[in-house]
Design a protein around this ligand. Structure first.
Ligand code: DAH
Length: 338
């Protein structure tokens, strides 16, 4: 090997061996193989070398370059291994992994989805309506007179425009009957708003699930059968259900539905879960008057409707004593549903 190149190689290998980190190794690479590096400059001399020596010189150059490149790569691997070991020092790979806390569905979501599933199996389709409503859809079309207490400013959130936050999901009944013709079989879960004092059983924002079934010969037994079946699917086949006569402006007759709650160690008690009834012909009548097809003629169609409190259902299902737990997002409460 050409002597000059041999000494460049020796010096380069020493430089590489001495490099203690990636930076100094990079410095060595540039000092030897960079544009102005020792080996590069030596290579440039090839043009001044007599022709018959060029081949030998070239060979020396190549073998020096190969040796140096290999040394650089070897040192690179060694430094990487040292860095890896340092990073792992103090880490015990035999320790069990940390638990991954994934989220879970909120109890209200769980109960709503379950209610939807049961009712969809019975042929009810999902419907929707706005939470900011007008008085017509929330009250007038539901046969609720102007002096009804629910319309009072003390009970209802009104906007300056005269619109309001819907006080119940029953407004979706009207919107559905305006836009579709019988047979109608819908459910509408959603929020409702009232200016209630907040306590263990009342919130000013709560959740309902409305239902409406309209066809040519829907009867009271259909209503009873549907809701009893629903509540037994929800709370178990031996659940006791009671229909109590009540008054709602938009149904006649009307009922409130109670479920008998049996909590271990407590006396059984009836809990109200829903309002329901046969749609009042006056409701059909006023919508029918606005329809060209007269598809809701109160002489021809009948129907039943119901509205239940989803928060109530959740409280019964899991024995939740205070409704406020449902909105406080306390992780200790929510983690129980994971
Ligand atoms: N909207 C009533 C409420 O919020 C509940 C209700 C009662 C809904 C009777 C209905 C019904 O559809 O038929 O108290």
């Amino acid at each position: 090997m050409n002597e000059q190149i041999a000494s460049i190689q020796t010096a380069a290998l020493e430089l590489i061996a001495a490099a203690s980190d990636e930076r100094s190794l990079d410095g060595a690479r540039i000092a030897v193989l960079g544009k102005k590096g020792t080996l590069s400059l030596a290579g440039a001399l090839i043009k001044d070398i007599p022709n018959e020596e060029k081949a030998a010189f070239g060979q020396s150059l190549n073998s020096a370059r190969t040796a140096i490149t290999e040394a650089l790569e070897g040192k690179q691997k060694t430094l990487q291994a040292i860095a890896d070991n340092a990073a792992l020092a103090g880490i015990d790979l035999t320790l069990p992994a940390r638990a991954l806390h994934t989220g879970s569905l909120h109890p209200l979501t769980l109960i709503r989805d379950e209610a939807i599933q049961i009712l969809r199996r019975m042929g009810f389709a999902l419907a929707d309506g706005p939470e900011i409503e007008d008085e017509y859809h929330c009250f007038d079309a539901l046969n609720t007179p102007a002096d009804h207490p629910a319309r009072n400013e003390k009970d209802t959130f009104y906007f300056d425009s005269g619109k309001l936050l819907r006080t119940h999901t029953s407004s979706v009944q009207i919107r559905t009957m305006e836009s579709s013709a019988p047979p109608i079989r819908i459910i509408a879960p959603g929020s409702a708003y009232r200016r209630d004092e907040i306590d263990a059983t009342h919130l000013s924002v709560f959740n309902q699930l409305e239902g409406l079934f309209v066809d040519t010969d829907v009867t009271l037994p259909d209503l009873k059968g549907t809701l009893e079946y629903f509540l037994r699917e929800m709370f178990g086949t031996s659940t006791e259900v009671r229909f109590r006569p009540h008054f709602f402006p938009f149904t006649e007759p009307s009922f409130e539905i109670d479920v008998k709650l049996q909590v271990k160690g407590q006396a059984p008690r009836w809990i109200e879960v829903a309002g329901c009834g046969m749609v009042d012909p006056a409701v059909f009548g006023s919508i029918n008057a606005t329809r060209k097809d007269k598809a809701l003629d109160p002489e021809k169609v009948t129907g039943f409707a119901f509205g239940m409190g989803l928060d109530r259902l959740a409280m019964i299902r899991w024995g939740i004593k205070d409704i406020r737990l449902l909105i406080e997002n306390d992780i200790r409460f929510l983690a129980q549903f994971a």
